[in-house]
Ligand binder design. Structure first.
Ligand code: HEC
Length: 231
């Protein structure tokens, strides 16, 4: 006897006399409960009017500056986001030999080519925002500020492969001299091409020596050279 009114109550709560988002309705001729949003409507707080921040443009050309201050924090964030979203294809060094590529996906151009090193930083923001050829847009997954952080970090990667010799710490220069003089110093496997299931998993990054498949980094420089500056 008591159960019946209880069930009636429950049904009422489930089928409330209001319309949920995207629910259908016979009230309007198009069968939808909600009205379409008028053209050019912008949700409060989403005007996104700064072309530098949101489109990577300054005065109609691709920006070669960041829309926010360059800080260590921004670069750390960029590194972290890059390693999540980009390394699967572009690899940790940006050479374009990530795991998905090794498994057959189209190989992107290395970030260390002359062409991509000459691109303004806003270009990388643009590629992430709008996609590029086979690469889809990352705008749905990576918020605007993070796309800039990644773009800034790509500059770090590019620098890492093309730092002027006289800006390297002495220890790095010495190590390079030693490597050039006496074998590779990396054990025998430095040039194994496809160590697909190798021991690099779990947070330990493949070293640039393992990953690099472009021109030998730095070996085009005139060596030996005395470093003009020490650190
Ligand atoms: C699923 C693989 C994949 C992922 C993940 C990926 N990319 Fe790409 N990317 C590509 C491919 C493939 C190309 C080359 C596309 C083409 O030429 O059609 C490319 C090209 C590029 C280029 C070069 C454009 C040019 O002018 O040659 C940049 C810059 C770039 N990607 C940045 C990024 C960044 C930053 C991320 C992370 C947010 C990312 N990509 C994630 C596959 C990927």
């Amino acid at each position: 006897m008591l159960a019946l009114p209880a069930v009636g109550c429950r049904q009422d709560m489930h089928d409330a006399p209001r319309l949920d988002p995207l629910e259908s309705s016979t009230f309007f001729a198009d069968g939808m409960a909600a009205r379409p949003i008028p053209a050019d409507t912008i949700a409060r707080g989403h005007l996104n009017e700064d072309p530098h921040m949101y489109r990577g443009m300054v005065d109609g050309v691709i920006a070669d500056t960041l829309p926010m201050p360059l800080t260590a924090e921004l670069l750390h964030r960029g590194k972290q986001r890059y390693e999540i979203f980009c390394t699967p294809c572009h690899d940790a060094t940006g050479a374009g030999r990530g795991m998905i590529v090794r498994r057959g996906f189209q190989q992107p151009e290395s970030y260390h080519t002359q062409r991509l090193r000459a691109m303004p930083v806003g270009y990388f923001f643009d590629v992430m925002t709008n996609g590029f050829g086979q690469m889809s847009s990352y705008a749905p997954q990576v918020p605007v500020e993070d796309r800039w952080a990644i773009a800034a970090y790509i500059r770090v990667l590019q620098r890492s492969q093309h730092a002027p010799l006289d800006e390297l710490p002495r220890s790095a220069v010495e190590a390079m001299h030693a490597a050039l003089a006496g074998g590779d110093g990396h054990g025998g496997d430095g040039h194994t091409d496809d160590h697909a299931d190798d021991g690099h998993g779990g947070g330990h990054h493949a070293s640039p020596a393992d990953e690099w498949h472009g021109p030998e980094p730095g070996y085009g420089m005139d060596l030996p050279v005395e470093p003009s500056r020490e650190r």
